[in-house]
Design a protein around this ligand. Structure first.
Ligand code: GLU
Length: 372
């Protein structure tokens, strides 16, 4: 079997550290198995996605030096395939048109269901009345009641079993006919021949829903591996509130991509006691078994430590070039030839005290002040 993994970001915001790590793990796994790593932009949610965000995400993945194979897939372009599968599920009675409106879904019986801890079962799922496709509706997947559990093996978490009574009749097509995430992902992963889906643990319930769709279609599902989340210093999920949680924040702070990759790889994965390594080494050492089961803690001190090591190992000329580019982009400084030469001479003395390009910049500020 050819190993094919993918990174499938939704372009609804900047690339988060967790997303960058997911991309990296998928890349490392594929390459460690001589397989392919693909990129798919999940832009079906038109209200939330936007093309400049897609471009930013692609730019960040390029900055990290994670190359992908084949053409980038833009999910929107697969809408016809999604629609065909929705129609097929409807035809086979594995999905149904649901005409419940907002009031029904916020009404007292729905609230009572919620209080009882039971999930939404649409009153339309078993109705044999004539369907009225012209009336406003969504399409929901008919979650089977028998068997009432689904079992699957996760490559990281082992044997898992899920009670289907906890899974609502989920929407697979919105009222405008567009497919939702769970349906689109199954169809695209299947068509792209994805062998392994490696993603954050927050997708576990989605995996259950996706497995149900695979079953209904009689398609063999990929192998799933759910990575534990990244936590902040106080043990909560790393989020925007922590200040720096997007890749772009670390670019701004002057971390080198090699250091960032090294640190991201160590967030939840380990090989012996190796802390400091390059991408080729990570590829040769990577296994899914090396991913831990508990959340990893984002530790800025460790990132700075790794970053310093990468900086020290770089030829001074390379640091000089990276620094000039960094100052141009993030500090809006275009240096004169003579100042750049002085900076080059100063670098060997400054670098050993610094962990990031920003720190080098701060330590050599007097050079630019002299010039002004
Ligand atoms: N598009 C989803 C997200 O950005 C991920 C999809 C997946 O990996 O299946 O969270």
């Amino acid at each position: 079997m050819e190993i094919r993994t993918r990174f499938a970001p939704s372009p609804t915001g900047d690339l988060h550290v967790g997303g960058a790590r997911t991309a990296l793990f998928n890349y490392l796994f594929a390459k460690s198995m001589k397989g392919k790593f693909l990129l798919r932009i999940e832009d079906t949610d038109l209200k939330r996605s936007n093309s400049s965000l897609s471009e930013k995400i692609i730019k960040d993945i390029k900055w990290l030096n994670i190359p992908w194979d084949e053409e980038i897939v833009f999910q929107q372009q697969n809408q016809n395939e999604h629609r065909e599968i929705i129609d097929f599920l409807l035809e086979k009675g594995l999905a149904f048109r649901c005409y419940s409106n907002k009031e029904d879904l916020t009404g007292t019986s729905f609230k009572a269901d919620k209080l009882r801890g039971t999930v939404f079962r649409s009153p339309w799922r078993d109705r044999v009345v004539m369907d009225q496709p012209s009336m406003q509706h969504v399409v929901r997947f008919k979650v089977p009641s028998d068997p009432s559990r689904i079992n699957f093996v996760d490559k990281i978490r082992g044997d898992l079993s899920w009670d289907l009574n906890n899974i609502e009749d989920f929407i697979i097509a919105r009222s405008d006919g567009s497919s939702t995430y769970n349906l689109a992902v199954v169809v695209d992963d299947y068509n792209m021949k994805i062998s392994h889906v490696i993603r954050g643990e927050d997708h576990l319930t989605n995996t259950v829903k996706q497995l149900l769709i695979y079953q209904a279609l009689d398609w063999t599902p990929p192998i799933f591996a759910h990575i534990p989340l990244i936590h902040n210093a106080t043990g909560e999920k790393l989020s925007k509130r922590d200040g720096k949680s997007n890749l772009v924040d670390f670019k701004h702070q002057g971390f080198l991509p090699d250091a960032m990759l090294n640190y991201l790889a160590r967030l939840g994965w380990s090989y012996k006691n190796e802390e400091y390594f390059n991408l080729d080494q990570a590829i040769s050492w990577f296994t899914l078994e090396g991913i831990g089961k508990s959340p990893s803690k984002f530790d800025i001190k460790k990132l700075l430590y790794i970053s310093k090591k990468h900086l020290m190992a770089k030829p001074v000329n390379e640091i000089h070039e990276s620094l000039l580019r960094y100052m141009e982009i993030y500090k809006n400084i275009n240096m004169s030839e003579s100042c750049s030469k002085k900076l080059r001479l100063l670098l060997p003395f400054v670098v050993e005290r610094c962990a990031t390009l920003e720190e080098i910049f701060e330590s050599s500020l007097f050079l630019f002040e002299e010039e002004n």
